[in-house]
Write a protein that binds this ligand. Structure first.
Ligand code: GDP
Length: 198
């Protein structure tokens, strides 16, 4: 898929305050610092569409971007911030889970995990919650340039084994590097294939 247009379409904390136009949505989520903003910028070919972690005052909201006037790319807040109070953590969970359950237009949720480390317990629990709620998702292993291809492949195999303890079937999986623009074609082709099924 060629991205000809990518525009910010609003921030919200719940579906009722999101964009009114009904279009298929593809959302991205992951622990803070996993490389989500960099990946969104890499996929869209816009260097500053999503704000990276270094941006001061980065808020915990849902950001919609309209792509090719045809679908929404949805940037969900990062989770797993160590320093959040219990209340802030609960609010964040409400924003994330509220969107996922109520969107009605979510075609696929891309869950980002760092390709260098074992998938975390909280990620595994989050995926189980997605499964319980019938939410379609795919996994993206980020920052692959930080290690050899063999090390990434070994880590992916390890994570597959962890997932197969709970799942009968594995989700679609992609490896990516925003630094090297790797994984872009595959992820966009996957989105395009889901759009054409609609
Ligand atoms: P977010 O918090 O998930 O949005 O993560 P960011 O996109 O802000 O990235 C967090 C940090 O990881 C930043 O310092 C990025 O420059 C770095 N980073 C993100 N993606 C990559 C990547 O593919 N390769 C490398 N080497 N660094 C990356």
């Amino acid at each position: 898929m060629k991205i000809t247009e990518a525009k910010f379409a609003g921030s919200s904390t719940r579906v009722s305050n999101g964009p009114r136009r009904q279009l298929p949505e593809f959302a991205f989520i992951g622990r803070s610092n996993v490389g989500k903003s960099s990946l969104i910028n890499m996929l869209t070919g816009r260097s500053r569409l999503a704000m990276t972690s270094s941006t001061p005052g980065k808020t915990k909201v849902i950001n919609h971007f309209i792509i090719n006037d045809n679908w929404y790319l949805v940037d969900l807040p990062g989770y797993g911030y160590a320093k959040l109070s219990q209340k802030a953590r609960a609010d964040l969970q409400q924003i994330i889970r509220g969107y996922i359950l109520e969107s009605g237009n979510l075609v696929c949720l891309f869950v980002l995990v760092d390709s260098r480390f074992d998938i975390t317990k909280s990620d595994v629990e989050f995926l189980a919650w997605l499964g319980e709620n019938g939410v379609p998702f795919a996994l993206i292993f980020t920052k692959c340039d930080k290690q050899s291809a063999a090390a990434t492949a070994a880590q992916v195999e390890k994570d597959k084994a962890i997932l197969l303890e709970q799942w009968e079937e594995l989700p679609p999986m992609f490896t990516s590097s925003s630094a090297k623009k790797a994984g872009r074609e595959e992820i966009l082709a996957y989105i395009e294939s889901l759009l054409s099924d609609k």
